[in-house]
Design a protein around this ligand. Structure first.
Ligand code: SF4
Ligand code: SF4
Length: 307
């Protein structure tokens, strides 16, 4: 530490006392490191605001431009033992202090052990301040047995339905959830939401984009934080690219630098700093060419849907 820094630190301690001085020093670091989408308060308390995790890679709906490449994925179910190990580690790292956890896919209701995943998640994060959501396209929701709704209720797990333009009885979903005392929303809105539109996220196959500028401009970086096989990534693209690469015989390079190992990381702060930084993979996103509000349609599995 430079002499000037030591002098400033000592002066602050002398003038303001240790507690207040430490707060000011942390606040300065927070701004210097430009922590994206993490409030000062959350950062200070080592609180991870949000993360999501897949229960399945595949889906029973086939949406064009799916951000998780589910239409291109093989039938892959999450391994419950890996999931439990990772949830317990997350709980340990963040002192059970995570804002929102979304269990999604693909389509999570396809997983035959869905209820076990729900119990494990709530057991690892018992505080009700952690909102746990099942995120579904709704296709299988009204086919769920009573035990599904009772498990949601018992574990205080909410159901979040994305309203695609498909013929489903959304009103009945609302009534069923009410009957069992389960909170249900439509992409975060309590009323039956407007029909979902799609975003066309444009991949630059040459990987020649400015990764730092992309990360700064991207709405997903440190927003859609994603957990997979013991690693956290700032947006999940590093996990999803495997399906794109395999289906289209591409070779988009995903390395360990695109995610962080939650078992090798020693502190929550180390992870929070990592998640707020650009990753090499950002060079494959043409953020400024993205278009939003596109009409939903079925995927033809054409590479143009993603490029
Ligand atoms: S429902 Fe969701 S996960 Fe499934 S294909 Fe559509 S966008 Fe992808
Ligand atoms: S890789 Fe970077 S630019 Fe692309 S979606 Fe993720 S955070 Fe955004």
């Amino acid at each position: 530490m430079s002499k000037l820094r030591i002098f400033v630190k000592k002066s602050l301690f002398f003038l303001l006392g240790e507690r207040l001085a430490n707060h000011i020093i942390l606040y300065y670091r927070y701004h210097r490191e430009k922590i994206k989408r993490q409030s000062w308060y959350e950062y200070h308390l080592n609180n991870l605001r949000y993360f999501e995790v897949h229960l399945t890679e595949h889906c029973n709906l086939n949406c064009a431009s799916c951000a998780h490449f589910a239409p291109l994925a093989d039938e892959i179910f999450a391994d419950i033992e890996v999931f439990e190990r990772d949830m317990n580690r997350m709980s340990e790292l963040f002192h059970k202090n995570v804002g929102i956890i979304r269990l999604m896919g693909g389509e999570p209701l396809l997983h035959p052990q869905l209820l076990d995943f729900m119990y494990i998640t709530r057991k690892a994060f018992p505080n009700l301040s952690t909102g746990i959501y099942i995120v579904t396209n709704g296709l299988l929701l009204l086919k769920q047995e009573e035990i599904f709704w009772k498990t949601c209720k018992e574990n205080n797990i909410r159901v979040s339905v994305t309203r695609y333009p498909i013929n489903l009885d959304f009103e009945k979903m609302v009534q069923t959830a009410k009957l069992y005392g389960v909170l249900l929303d439509f992409d975060g809105i309590s009323e039956i939401a407007p029909i979902k539109t799609m975003c066309h996220r444009v991949i630059d196959l040459s990987g020649s984009q400015d990764y730092k500028k992309n990360f700064k401009a991207c709405g997903y970086g440190n927003g859609c934080i994603f957990l997979k096989d013991g690693r956290l990534s700032t947006c999940g693209l590093s996990s999803h690219f495997q399906h794109f690469n395999k289906y289209f015989s591409q070779n988009i390079e995903v390395t360990d630098a695109d995610s962080i190992d939650i078992f090798k990381s020693r502190t929550a702060k180390e992870i929070l700093r990592y998640l707020a930084s650009p990753i090499p993979l950002c060079r494959y996103c043409n953020v400024h060419a993205r278009t939003y509000g596109n009409t939903w349609c079925v995927s033809m599995k054409d590479i143009k849907e993603w490029t």
